[in-house]
Write a protein that binds this ligand. Sequence first.
Ligand SMILES: [Zn+2]
Length: 262
Amino acid sequence: MPLHNAQAFVLRTYKLAEADKICVLMTRQSGKLRGVAYGARKLKSRFGSCLEPFTEISLTYFEKDGRELVSISNAEIVRSHYAQAADSVVAGAAMSYVSDLCCEFLPDHEPSDPVYRLLTATLDAFGEGRDVNALVRYFEVWMLKLAGFYPDLRSCAGCGEPAAPGADVWISADGAPRCASCSSGRSLRATPAIRETIARILAKPPATFAESAPPGDQLDRLSELALLIIRHALERDLKSFALFNRLRRETETPGTHLENFE
Ligand SMILES: [Zn+2]
């Protein structure tokens, strides 16, 4: 049984049997994998709080021939983002959605240093108290782009003409960008301002982007575009997407602060 060391983010956990846990991990060295931590739910577990979602850990695991699940033998905390997820319902929902995007769009066992760095930088920016909505929209664009689903809005998929600087681009349900004359009319509009925002996301680190985030209506347009791409790629919606957007709107509306119910 080969022994491996890796640095990883805990993306999701599930209960297994009486005292065990299954963890979905994003490792830097081997990409996404699923592992069993035997005894992790016992009161005095040797894993302590290492295996909570959004914790970055230093990990030792075994691979067993023919088994999809690896066996986690040791884990130590590098950095925990769990407290900030538990601290506010909106941040918690944001991080669940980020985690879902990783689970859905990362292939198993394929290392991706860009995604690992993206996750690290985004969670760090959450921790610094940056604008959560701007960070989620940032992560969405990058994750969908790295997974190969984000459309390149610089030219029309129909006629191949480059998008004119002041012109709108129309994105159809299959995620393809088209110019006004090639578009069927039943498409999502990406204005020059939206395209400029996407270009900024692709050029800047998340904290810098969130520091001077665009107005809320522009972030909403990015969210609509992400919804369209996710729906096309997965052929379904992600519950965590809708939950995050709902909680965010509720807390933005005066008089409906969720803190009142805590
Ligand atoms: Zn065209």
